[in-house]
Design a protein around this ligand. Structure first.
Ligand code: MN
Length: 455
């Protein structure tokens, strides 16, 4: 990577980029999982996702792949961008293969490759690219987020999306698993244009007009610092990364050095690994290759207005940030349906039990007469489990005490016919006067199809 202005700039276009990049861990998170890059031809912001699964590795890996195309483009811009994004995806896939504990790591990627007259933009996730032109800001990329899909459907407003409980949820990312198709498009640029690439740590708390106000001021360096500062002051609890680039004439500031800038975890990981450089603890520290990286130390204490729940943060929201599928909608409706289905099952079960119970018969007594009962010979307070079905002319008084007591307790039958056989048997055991008939009398209760009635 050259550190001198390229002499061949004019060969590919009359313009060049003047850029700055800054990444800050923010006031709450322990580590910076954002990575950013700015070079003469390439701008990139990657926001690592995955919490414990090391989103910092994913974003740093992506940037280390992407930066390889930071050179005068010799092929179609979007083909180069798409190829670099695919290689980043493949490299993340290799990382996870080598170390399964990294499973779940992923990163957003928003890149702009410059060819001297236009930029080819590649985009996956919710980092953003903006164009500031003639005092007007426009968002070039569209978030691959759940809330953006709700905005598209007209369900919520842009304003509401900023406080939506699922505002952090992204639907696409470079995860080394799903073959994500990035958004790809080109934008013509002109002298005076200013490009901004940033992570959601900035765009999530600063609206377009605020970002536009800041981009309207100062150099790219100044704008980047102010954007990060404003994001933190606006209460961003996330890592914040901003890459700002001005499109300038090649003749402008010919002495301005074009040092590639690497920020965020892409810059910190190698330093941590080698034991050199900051090792965490500082807040609002920025890292740019070629300088000390220290910008403005801020008190290491958490701000007073940080809720304890966030400050202690036992569950890192980043871990649940990327979902290839959106969260379920109409939760209340699904709960209602589940409730109805459960009720249906209970009802069917009760109906079946009732139906079964109505095929049960036993022999007992009513008003001194041996009687066939339909239902269950059991006591359940408050519930009528059986009712007299057929009275007979067999009198309890004419049975032996032993038989009578058996009848009072109830003699189970396997069927109505079985119950009638029991009655015949009892009739034959009657004493005093011979029994003239054991035929059952008319049913006291006309059999009805109880199984369809509501139990
Ligand atoms: Mn973020």
């Amino acid at each position: 990577m050259t550190t001198e202005p390229r002499s061949d700039t004019a060969a590919t276009g009359p313009l060049r980029l003047q850029y700055a990049a800054l990444s800050d861990v923010g006031r709450i998170r322990k580590d910076n999982q954002d990575s950013g890059y700015a070079g003469p031809w390439l701008l990139a912001v990657c926001d690592g996702v995955g919490g414990a699964a090391r989103g910092d590795l994913a974003s740093a890996t992506a940037v280390s792949q992407l930066r390889k195309i930071d050179q005068p483009p010799e092929a179609e811009l979007l083909a180069l961008v798409a190829g670099a994004l695919h290689r980043a995806h493949d490299r993340i896939s290799e990382l996870v293969d080598e170390d399964p504990s990294l499973n779940g790591t992923s990163t957003t990627a928003t890149v702009a490759l410059f060819d001297g007259s236009q930029v080819g933009v590649g985009h996956v996730g919710d980092s953003r690219a903006y164009l500031f032109r003639d005092g007007t800001i426009s968002q070039l990329t569209k978030d691959h987020t759940f809330v953006q899909s709700l905005i598209d459907e007209g369900r919520i407003t842009e304003e509401e999306s900023r406080t939506h409980p699922h505002r952090n949820l992204i639907l696409r990312a470079l995860d080394g698993v799903h073959d994500t198709e990035p958004d790809l498009f080109t934008v013509e640029v002109a002298v005076g244009d200013r490009l901004l690439l940033c992570s959601d740590g900035a765009s999530g708390v600063l609206d377009d007009s605020r970002i536009g106000d800041i981009l309207a001021t100062g150099t790219p360096d100044y704008a980047a610092v102010e954007l990060v500062r404003a994001s933190l002051e606006a209460g961003s609890s996330d890592n914040v990364t901003c890459v700002v680039a001005d499109v300038v004439d090649t003749a402008a500031d010919p002495d301005d050095e074009l040092v590639p800038l690497l920020v965020g975890s892409a810059a910190e990981l190698p330093r941590r690994a080698s034991g050199v450089g900051p090792t965490g603890g500082g807040l609002f520290r920025g890292h740019r290759s070629g300088d000390t990286g220290e910008l403005e130390p801020v008190a290491a204490e958490l701000p007073d207005d940080v809720p304890f729940a966030i400050a202690s943060d036992p569950i890192d929201p980043e871990e649940a940030r990327y979902a290839p599928r959106p969260p379920r909608r109409f939760v209340w409706l699904k709960r209602l349906l589940v409730g109805v289905v459960l009720l249906g099952i209970v009802w069917i079960g009760a109906a079946a039990a009732w139906s079964w119970s109505q095929e049960q018969y036993y022999v007992s007594e009513q008003d001194g007469q041996v009687t066939i009962f339909r239902g269950l010979n059991a006591d359940l307070p408050g519930v009528e489990l059986s009712r007299p079905y057929e009275a007979t002319n067999v009198e309890l008084a004419r049975l032996s005490e032993f038989q009578a007591s058996k009848v009072r307790d109830g003699i189970d039958a396997t069927s109505l016919a079985d119950a009638r056989r029991t009655v015949e048997n009892l009739a034959s055991l009657q004493v005093d006067e011979p029994d003239e008939t054991t035929e059952p009398t008319e049913p006291t209760d006309e059999p009805t199809d109880e199984s369809t009635s509501d139990g």
